[in-house]
Design a protein around this ligand. Structure first.
Ligand SMILES: [Zn+2]
Length: 84
């Protein structure tokens, strides 16, 4: 299944749980690739915050401030799920 060179074979032979370690490494990489991005927004005027995994559900403008006749800046950013 796994082809090792003399150096890596030496390293692997010293590990008691080499197979388990390889399996975990492979699964770790997969999780990183599929890490979900979460979207955030914050209104600069009223401080309302939004967060969603769907970017369409995070507004570009603050609806309640617009209703009050203001057009405040809404700060948007994203974070990876693992950092939230
Ligand atoms: Zn607002």
């Amino acid at each position: 299944m796994i082809t090792l060179c003399p150096t890596t074979w030496e390293m692997a032979s010293k590990m008691t749980n080499f197979s388990d370690w390889v399996r975990r490494k492979l699964l770790d990489d997969q999780e990183t690739e599929h890490q979900t991005r979460k979207f955030f927004a914050e209104c600069s005027r009223c401080g309302t915050t939004w967060s969603s995994y769907n970017s369409k559900r995070v507004p570009h403008v603050c609806g309640s401030c617009l209703n009050d006749g203001h057009d405040p800046q809404v700060k948007r950013w994203t974070e990876l799920e693992g950092d939230v």
